[in-house]
Ligand binder design. Structure first.
Ligand code: FAD
Length: 449
């Protein structure tokens, strides 16, 4: 009997377009980033094929908390997060897809000490130039904004315009919309490698054959670094397991997306809440952990999370010991060996979550934990994305390293990647998100993680 956990949050929408011989652009990876890119490209009349080794949005993009958050972002990311929120808001209208489920819910951080409050105040000062509607809350205001959440709060940080959506329905719905405007979408089809001619992308090789193209977008989530490695590109990226659950139906307390020490929650469309501790990241040591350790030290020192190292990456995880690092177009690749990365959730996180709920929200504990799952978050050494052209070959564009923010910023990341493919002005300063930042000698300081 299999010991694999069942796959949570899997959509019933299937994508099975025949693989074309030639398109303008092949998008590799059907999470929110690849799907959004395909949507923008196809809507502009570009011939695009989107392929996923497993299912659309079966990895991070269906497993996340569903927060669409501008609050607390790295300053360079704030304008992108703001644009993305605007895109989210208009997507249901533009696509005709009701399942996009964007709701303005607000986002609230509760502080139990002055240090944390000062940190929030410093962030708000830096964010002021973007005219975000973020407010500092007094202790009384914080209590009022968090009905039903017990604790001694000294204040809080609130952005009312932040939102939420249901990841496992929204992303396949956007893929269906992209398909309607002409994108070809194929699940169960891994990209193996990219072929170039005279230094320019000319084809993507998949397990089902070759697709001629002029450009490729690499948006393969936590698999991006190893795909890039096979092309001779050194892209620092590591994965952390993050565990999360949902409650059964519970009263609607009118809560914003809420983060308090040891508890993060959001209201769900099904009448429950997505709940977790929100402060624990587990990294399973693999080959790339050693390779990139030094680059991650500043982030580890600064992170506002309990980072736990686990001894050994499970077999067939990206970068696991013993996994292949190089292959050719006619060999089975690590992507085919792991169709859907479906980690077992952490029992330790669940235990701590139950303790937090008992302390802060006993009414929610009574609703019971109906499901509990995990995802592997792709984190860059400075916890902000890569949104860039690859150094080579020409025509390869990379969108990855979303570092736990990608559900919210995915639509804007897709719009930006589509512009990079078409060599159009992107309207944002992308220097913070360039490929070379960890190898060109510049001093990189980590964003909030
Ligand atoms: C528990 C958890 C909570 C989170 N909470 C939030 C949140 O509240 N808000 C937020 O904004 N973000 C959140 N995130 C982060 C967010 O989910 C991710 O940043 C985002 O989904 C990343 O999207 P992506 O498209 O880059 O990658 P993914 O969703 O991981 O998609 C990558 C896809 O590429 C495919 N693929 C890989 N290699 C190949 C290949 N060779 N060929 C074909 N296909 C390939 C994979 O099968 C996969 O489907 C959370 C993440 C987790 C795990």
């Amino acid at each position: 009997m299999s010991t694999m956990p069942s796959i949570p949050n899997l959509s019933s929408i299937r994508f099975d377009d025949p693989l074309p011989e030639a398109v303008d652009v092949v998008v590799i990876g059907g999470g929110i980033v690849g799907v959004s890119t395909a949507w923008f490209l196809a809507r502009r009349g570009v011939r695009v094929a989107l392929i996923d080794k497993g299912r659309i949005a079966a990895e991070q993009s269906s497993r996340n908390w569903g927060w669409i958050r501008q609050q607390g972002r790295d300053p360079a990311e704030i304008p992108i997060a703001m644009e993305s929120r605007r895109i989210w808001e208009g997507l249901a209208r533009e696509t005709g897809e009701r399942d996009l489920t964007f709701t303005v819910s607000g986002c609230l951080y509760l502080s139990k000490d002055k240090d944390s409050l000062e940190g929030h105040e410093a962030w708000r000062e830096r964010a002021k130039e973007y005219q975000l509607d973020t407010e500092m809350l007094s202790a009384d205001q914080a209590r009022g904004a968090a009905p039903g959440i017990e604790g001694h709060w000294v204040g809080g940080l609130l952005t009312k315009s932040d939102g939420r959506a249901e990841p496992f329905v929204a992303v396949p719905a956007l893929a269906r919309a992209a398909q309607r405007v002409g994108a070809l979408i194929t699940e169960g089809c891994a990209a193996r490698t990219i072929e170039s001619e005279n230094g320019e992308v000319c084809a993507v090789h998949t397990e089902r054959g070759r697709i001629r193209c002029e450009s490729a977008v690499l948006s393969a989530g936590v698999w991006t670094s190893i795909f890039a490695g096979n092309l001779g590109l050194d892209l620092p990226q590591l994965g952390v397991r993050s565990s999360v659950g949902r409650t059964g139906p519970a009263p609607d307390a009118g809560l914003p997306n809420l983060f308090a020490p040891g508890l993060a929650l959001r209201r769900r469309e099904d009448g429950g809440y997505t709940v977790t501790t929100g402060d624990i990241a587990e990294h399973f040591l693999g080959r790339n952990s050693l390779k990139y350790a030094i680059k991650y030290l500043p982030l580890v020192r600064k992170a506002n999370r309990d980072i736990r190292l686990r001894l050994k990456s499970p077999a067939d995880w990206p970068g696991a010991w013993g996994a292949k690092t190089r292959w050719s177009a006619d060999e089975i690749t690590p992507f085919e060996r792991m169709r859907i990365l479906n980690p077992a959730p952490s029992a330790m996180v669940k235990k701590r979550l139950l303790k937090s709920l008992r302390r802060c929200a006993p009414w929610l504990l009574r609703a019971g934990i109906a499901d509990f799952w995990a995802g592997v978050i792709d984190v860059s050494p400075d916890a902000v994305p890569y949104l860039c052209h690859a150094p080579s070959p020409a025509g390869l564009v990379i969108g990855t390293g979303m570092s736990g923010h990608g559900f919210g910023i995915g639509p804007a990341a897709g719009r930006i990647l589509a512009d990079l493919v078409q060599n159009r002005p992107v309207g944002h300063d992308l220097s913070r998100f360039r490929f070379e930042r960890f190898s060109d000698g510049s001093r990189v300081s980590p964003g909030p993680y």
